[in-house]
Ligand binder design. Structure first.
Ligand code: ING
Length: 303
């Protein structure tokens, strides 16, 4: 067996006025707790350094860019990287990335995996951007990821880290089967997913009462259908009046929920994950080489 002891580090709300320094203190506390439980890896949520700012419309780019990181680590985030290296615990962190690439400024909803030496070893930029690009005043709150971020341009990379094949997805990605299948075809054994999921979905308010059900249904299906572990870490609770769901979960390749958060606050969800369990599904029911019929699936990418 190849045991990875993993924590989904659920974050309670981050209010607009909360400083990065105060948030980094919370992240460090969770990392220390995880180290105390012998964790190898800690998964933090999407956009884990600031409040979920796509809930507001503004045309002031300076105001928006204040929510982005132009360097990682930076002065404010360095303590987290230093602590990880000192405690020999790796982590996954979601943040808003502002970068100059191809001669122009690019903005992505990004996550990275940092190994036990405190080095960034994998980066992913969110591909499924939900919501809308223009101001829609009819909504109780906006969801302007299509306005503030570009579609990710790194595909879904996977890499052998800590003895297993790890990959990442971000929030809305977890609702799309293609996300898991692309990584499944690359041999992924654990998918690390941060999310910020408002309870209320203005275009479909009748779905609100099913938010936690749809959250775990999506991740359980992705895990089982690709024989991979899935770790989902929420930022949740009431941020600036907007409730977001918790239910951070660690899900086995069987699709079983091994551990789940109980609160809407900072909470460590722990599990010992045997990566060798993936083979039980990858070599039988979901042996892609033996059973998949790609010729029949062309519509999925041609449409
Ligand atoms: N948030 C939400 C998510 O996909 C959403 C958007 C909410 C979609 C509710 C559907 C229903 O979890 C982000 N950040 O993607």
């Amino acid at each position: 067996s190849r045991i990875l002891t993993v924590a989904a580090a659920q974050l309670g709300p981050i209010q607009r006025a909360d400083t990065r320094a105060s948030v980094v203190r919370r992240l460090c506390d969770l990392l220390r707790q995880a180290a105390g439980h012998g964790c190898d890896l800690v998964v933090f949520p999407e956009l884990a350094l600031t409040t979920f700012f796509p809930r507001w419309y503004t045309e002031d780019q300076t105001e928006i860019d204040a929510f982005f990181e132009t360097a990682l680590p930076s002065a404010e985030t360095a303590p987290l990287f230093a602590l990880a290296g000192a405690l020999k615990v790796g982590f996954c962190l979601g943040y808003a990335e502002l970068v100059e690439e191809d001669g122009r400024l690019r903005r992505f909803n990004t996550s990275v995996i940092v190994d036990k030496s405190g080095e960034i070893v994998l980066k992913y930029r969110k591909i499924h951007l939900p919501g809308h690009a223009e101001h829609e005043p009819w909504r109780a709150f906006q969801h302007l990821e299509k306005r503030y971020f570009e579609v990710g341009n790194l595909n879904w990379p996977v890499r052998r880290i800590m003895g297993g094949v790890l990959g990442m997805a971000i929030c809305n990605d977890r609702r799309w089967p293609e996300t898991y299948r692309v990584m499944g075809l690359k041999g992924v054994e654990m998918v690390l997913i941060g999310y910020n999921t408002p309870r209320h979905n203005p275009p479909a308010p009748d779905h609100d009462r099913l938010s936690e059900f749809h959250n775990q249904l999506s991740m359980q299906a992705g895990a089982y259908q690709n024989g991979t572990w899935v770790v989902g870490a929420a930022k949740c609770g009431v941020e600036e009046g907007c409730e977001m769901i918790g239910a951070s979960s660690i899900i086995a390749p069987s699709g079983q929920i091994v551990a789940q958060a109980l609160t809407q606050d900072d909470e460590l969800v722990l599990a010992r994950c045997d990566l060798d369990m993936c083979a039980s599904y990858k070599e039988t029911t979901f042996n892609f080489a033996k059973h998949r019929q790609p010729e029949a699936y062309r519509l999925i990418v041609e449409q």
